[in-house]
Design a protein around this ligand. Structure first.
Ligand code: UD1
Length: 418
């Protein structure tokens, strides 16, 4: 078993470059199966979720090559139309193959997807969207079989602006004859990026980033070379690390325009943040002050993926902070571990009240999901003494060698075998 062992109390300072976003890269990798021409993606981080997605692509017959941070996918010839259940379990994003494979082969089978255990995360909106395009779905023993040889564009209204469902429907519709309109679509930057990628391959997607996305199906997509957008959550996590340690950090290749909600909250906490073209510089105050209230919402609201890191900041900020998680019903996995480190927290269903303490102390804790793990790393940076984090496979899903990235910025953090 590997753990992260860290000794808190040093300032995070220096400069870091932000690479492509996990949540942009995953659907784009899935979309690679929609063309039989090679697709090369640039700046892709070496993280477990990407590795699992590449394993899934290989398992269905794609040829995948990685050269540093570039990945080339060739989806030539006949592809298998089923995602092996043992791989689907490792990654919720395996679900992203449903739309693309259905569009390409006319059928797809997938097991119920895994990923973070942060709530019920049903897939009804994905299923309803694919049905609306004319697919038939049957579930048997946890495997969903989806067929549709004669799909046709349709008007689809999402009850909730689900990121994954919007992406899945958008991909299926790109190769489906006729016009599809997605109403109440998710507006996350990663949706815009997926549309841009599809269009670079010859698709006709308009309106991504707005509530209504229109997709005119085309017969065929071609290959492309594409660099997905930088990761706003990795960028936010690093800013939070600098903020909690009284540090000073400059980010390059930062998706500044996609981080407005995060930047506003960090400013509320007393951080001095300067933005430039693709750069963000944060100078933290001696002690953070409470952000008051934080409510997670679909984009452009505050991103749920940054809730746990901000929770860590609140735990040492001056004053009382109120957190309301509206996206996922079970996303406070970090709370009990932060309490173990000395945080003062009251949890009530989707609401948390955090009274900032002067100092956290090191403890043995567990990364129960990806962002909960990030929150513990951030807390450990500011804690007195040694923090040991178990189950770091969760953190590796979304952060490339986090201990190296943070050591370069002044943290005392190591990966250790046990
Ligand atoms: C994506 C992100 C994840 C982020 C989340 C919300 C990826 C790979 N993951 O996850 O990091 O936290 O967006 O910004 O991009 N829902 C349904 N039925 C469905 C689908 C979703 O009820 O068919 C619900 C979910 O249970 C959840 C809410 O909708 O409560 C939001 O989920 P969704 O936007 O779909 O998140 P993901 O795409 O899974």
């Amino acid at each position: 078993m590997q753990i992260l062992r860290m000794d808190g109390g040093t300032r995070i300072q220096g400069e870091a470059r932000i690479e492509s976003a996990k949540n942009a890269a995953l659907p784009i990798l899935a979309a690679c199966v929609m063309t039989d021409e090679p697709v090369t993606l640039l700046g892709i981080p070496d993280i477990a979720d990407v590795e699992n997605m590449l394993a899934i692509l290989r398992s269905i017959g794609c040829d995948v090559e990685r050269d540093g941070s570039s990945i080339t996918v060739r989806a030539q010839g006949d592809l298998y139309d089923s995602v092996p259940p043992h791989l689907a379990e490792t990654l919720r994003s395996s679900l992203f193959l449903a739309g693309p494979l259905l569009a390409r082969t006319g059928s797809v089978a997938f097991g119920m997807p895994g990923g973070c255990e942060i709530g019920l995360r049903p897939i009804d909106l994905h299923e309803r969207g694919l049905r609306a395009l004319g697919a038939t779905l049957e579930e048997d023993d946890g495997i969903v079989r989806c067929t549709g040889k004669n799909l046709k564009g349709a008007d689809i209204h999402l009850d909730y602006p689900s990121v994954g469902a919007t992406e899945n429907i958008m991909m299926a519709a790109a190769l489906t004859p006729g016009k599809t309109v997605i109403h109440n679509a998710a507006r996350e930057p990663e949706i815009v990026d997926l549309a841009r990628f599809l269009n670079a391959c010859g698709a006709r997607v308009a309106g991504a980033g707005k509530q209504m996305i229109a997709i005119q199906g085309v017969k065929k997509l071609h290959g492309a070379t594409y660099r997905p957008i930088p990761d706003r959550i990795v960028a936010g996590t690093l800013l939070a690390a600098a903020a909690i340690t009284g540090g000073e950090l400059r980010l390059t290749n930062a998706p500044v325009g996609d981080m407005i909600a995060q930047i506003a909250k960090l400013r509320d906490m007393g951080c001095d943040i300067r933005d430039g073209v693709g750069t963000l510089t944060l100078r933290a105050p001696k002690r953070l002050r409470s952000f008051g209230q934080l409510q997670t919402l679909p984009h452009p609201g505050f991103p749920t993926d940054m809730q746990a890191p901000m929770f860590a900041l609140a735990s040492v900020a001056d004053g009382v902070s109120l957190v309301l998680e509206t996206i996922f019903e079970n996303r406070y996995a970090h709370a009990s571990d932060l309490v173990k480190m000395g945080a003062d927290v009251i949890l009530n269903d989707r609401m948390a009240v955090v009274r900032g303490v002067q100092r956290l102390h090191g403890a043995r804790v567990k990364a129960r999901d990806l962002r909960a793990g990030a929150a513990l790393v951030i807390a450990g940076l500011a804690a007195e003494g040694v923090t040991e984090i178990e189950q770091i496979g969760q953190i590796d899903r979304g952060y490339e060698k986090i201990e190296i990235m943070l050591s370069r910025l002044g943290a005392r953090i190591k990966r250790a075998d046990e």
